[in-house]
Design a protein around this ligand. Structure first.
Ligand code: IVH
Length: 676
């Protein structure tokens, strides 16, 4: 576009104002050192607005004036994170934290102290923002870690999230693309004020700052989000083009230079004892912080060591959440109920006089099993101490015996299943009581719930209430029955209008092409969790091969123990299983192989050592591909090593491989081998 001299000058001033506003945002939000008054800042904003009104052709979506303005959405789109957003394993006490440190040293084969980064664990919700050439391109929630919701328009309204990144030094270009991750939260005072307003307006209250942050971010109308006082801290990167970092601390420093806010309490610690000191200090002072934290996060600082440690299931081995002790309250046990789970296990549950623990109303607590009840001598009518630790189900810590009146009643497991009246048995060496009736509806319902759950086949449209209705009306007995349901069969059910029946049928139909690992997990085989399902899927590559596997073959798989192997082989040798699987396939369920997954086991038994910087894959990805093809990645080179994969600037492992005559592959040869 040709611009006149005059409009060129306007454009220059506009660009200058935007940079100035960004600089002052950074000084205010990131450095906490504002250099101008609010009034002066407002003047800059107003001048920019004025110029943009005169020259709307110069408005760009990353202009600081463009935070609000997008139209309300009908529903959020979904976003698949280019690198999954992992979760963290938990350490509940000091001993577990020390064990984390010992495990790291063991895995790395070192006795030297590890350098950690210590960060407060912000109690908000995790988000990702993608900047392309410095411009805010997309923002999403973590969701289940793999896919989240596209909340771009809402995140753009949060003042502490820059709409554009400026390079700290004009000579250093910005990364072409950078995915930054952090936490959106609401300060305690803002949460209280918001709730006051809602109370006056007769609107439902939020239980705690975390819920109010989540509720505010997940508004379909960005104008509503804009009115909520949300803030953000950034603490991790996803994919990044054109930049490399040796440590996590470098990333945090880099964030600040770009204008991305990081937590001022983040610290580098030499060794785990320093971490513990920081933790204790924070535990004592945390209540004075303006926002809620539910613990701390401890991360290995070296990115190289992070890669070497890798990831298991959904959590990195190089980081851990170290939670603060749970909050406790006193209340009374009104009754003890018995729930029946999908394995037929009977779980006693205490019904409590409702009590508020850290903003959450608690009216139930698990009692685990009869032994636990006996050990703590818990009786109906007792006054007890209850605790809620993080996201886990509330539990009873102890009984306050001095409050006993003599009217308390002891509890014993019923001899008959409360759901089907089947006989209750307690297998030898087990702490649990189980219903012995294989057709107990509680088992059926539990299995079906598991089948549709998020991490199994993720049939979102089917609720527990609906499953109960299907089972009670004889429409569904096993999971394969879902796929034979017809809309007409659903219509007579209670609260099932034409539209909802159609939605259910559609949701079921959409789940007809699961991946092998999800399908195995969904079957609900005892002792087969998500990770094991993944291992089995990668090893066997098809359901037929898994079905045919003997117990010995299963036991021989790395990561499959004897108990799991036995359970899997029992499951598949049961004639009922073969019938069920056949029924699935008759209904049109088809297991698919996701693109890019190597399912042939052509590297079975081969061991690999990775050295140097790989450019085509991350280390985790390379390891994953090798394992999917049946191989193993080990950390040091020996005569038994089959291949050393050498990236850029390989280290001493390369020299050692040469000395021992181990095959050395460059990245191209490695790719060829994977695809061979
Ligand atoms: S790091 C692999 N750092 O905790 C690293 N997470 O269970 C993953 N969180 O989903 C996250 N403060 O919502 C990290 N300083 C911090 C954090 C933090 C809060 C949350 C986040 C994440 C969850 C992990």
């Amino acid at each position: 576009m040709e611009h006149s001299e005059e409009s060129k000058q306007f454009l220059q001033e506009i660009e200058h104002l935007r940079q100035e506003i960004h600089r002052h945002n950074t000084l205010y939000y990131v450095d906490d050192q504002p250099q101008i008054s609010d009034a002066e800042y407002d003047r800059l904003m107003r001048r920019l607005q004025e110029l943009e009104t005169l020259h709307p052709e110069f408005i760009t979506p990353d202009s600081p004036t463009q935070r609000v303005g997008a139209a309300p959405l009908e529903k959020f789109g979904t976003v698949t994170h280019s690198i999954p957003m992992l979760s963290l394993a938990n350490a509940m006490d000091e001993e577990e934290l020390r064990e984390f440190d010992r495990r790291i040293k063991r895995t790395l084969g070192t006795e030297a102290e590890i350098e950690y980064v210590f960060e407060p664990k912000i109690d908000g919700l995790a988000i990702e923002v993608v900047y392309e050439n410095g411009i805010f391109a997309m923002g999403s929630t973590r969701g289940d870690g793999v896919t989240g919701e596209n909340v771009t328009q809402n995140l753009k309204t949060i003042p502490s999230i820059p709409l554009r990144l400026f390079p700290p030094d004009p000579a250093i270009p910005l990364p072409g693309k950078i995915e930054v991750r952090g936490e959106v939260y609401m300060e305690k005072i803002d949460f209280l004020v918001l709730n006051q307003e809602r109370e006056l307006a007769d609107e439902p209250l939020f239980a705690n700052p975390r819920n109010s942050a989540a509720g505010s971010l997940r508004q379909l109308d960005p104008a509503v989000t804009a009115k909520r006082p949300l803030k953000a801290f950034f603490y991790a990167i996803g994919a990044i083009e054109g930049a490399n970092f040796a440590t996590h601390w470098e990333i945090l420093t880099y964030f600040r230079t770009l204008g991305l806010r990081t937590n001022p309490l983040n610290k580098i610690c030499q060794g785990i004892e320093q971490v513990l000191e920081q933790y204790q200090y924070l535990n004592e002072t945390k209540d004075a912080l303006p926002y809620e934290i539910d613990g701390t996060v401890v991360k290995v600082n070296s990115r190289h060591l992070q890669e070497e440690l890798g990831t298991i299931s959904r959590s990195p081995r190089w980081a851990i959440a170290f939670k603060f002790p749970a909050r406790q309250e006193t209340t009374k046990i009104l009754d003890i109920l018995v729930q029946v789970g999908r394995t037929g296990a009977l779980t006693p549950v205490a019904v409590l006089e409702p009590v508020n623990i850290r903003g959450v109303q608690v009216s139930r607590a698990t009692l685990h099993n009869q032994d636990e009840i006996n050990r703590k001598d818990i009786r109906i009518g007792d006054t007890v101490v209850v605790q809620r630790a993080g996201d886990v189900i509330p539990e009873i810590v102890n009984v306050i015996e001095s409050r006993r009146t003599g009217a308390e009643k002891a509890f014993a497991m019923p001899p008959r299943c409360p759901v089907c009246q089947g006989e209750v048995v307690r297998p030898q060496d087990e702490a649990v009581h189980r219903c012995s009736n294989p057709d107990c509806p509680a088992k059926q319902i539990g299995n079906l719930e598991h089948f549709v759950s998020k991490r199994a086949l993720n049939i979102e449209g089917v609720s527990t209430k609906q499953i109960e209705a299907f089972v009670n009306n004889g429409l569904v007995r096993d999971a394969a029955d879902f796929y034979f349901l017809k809309k007409e069969q659903l219509l007579p059910l209670e609260r099932m209008a034409d539209k909802s029946a159609a939605n259910v049928i559609q949701a079921i139909a959409q789940s007809k092409r699961p991946t092998l690992s999800r399908f195995i997990y969904a079957l609900g085989i005892r002792h087969v969790g998500e990770h094991t399902a993944n291992v089995l899927a990668n090893y066997f590559g098809s359901l037929e091969r898994l079905q045919a596997a003997s117990e010995e073959e299963l036991t021989a798989i790395y990561e499959i123990g004897p108990e799991v192997a036995k359970s899997v082989s029992q499951y598949f040798s049961n004639p009922g299983t073969a019938k069920l699987l056949q029924k699935f396939f008759d209904s049109g369920v088809e297991i698919v192989t996701p693109e890019g997954v190597v399912t042939r086991q052509h590297l079975t038994g081969k061991s690999f050592v990775l050295t140097g910087t790989l450019t085509t894959y991350t280390r985790d990805k390379a390891k994953d591909l090798i394992e999917k093809a049946g191989g193993r990645v080990v950390s040091s080179v020996s005569k038994k090593t089959d291949y050393v994969v050498a990236g850029r600037d390989p280290g001493s492992k390369f020299t050692k491989a040469q000395q021992l005559g181990v095959s050395i592959l460059d990245e191209e040869e490695f790719q060829q081998l994977l695809q061979a």
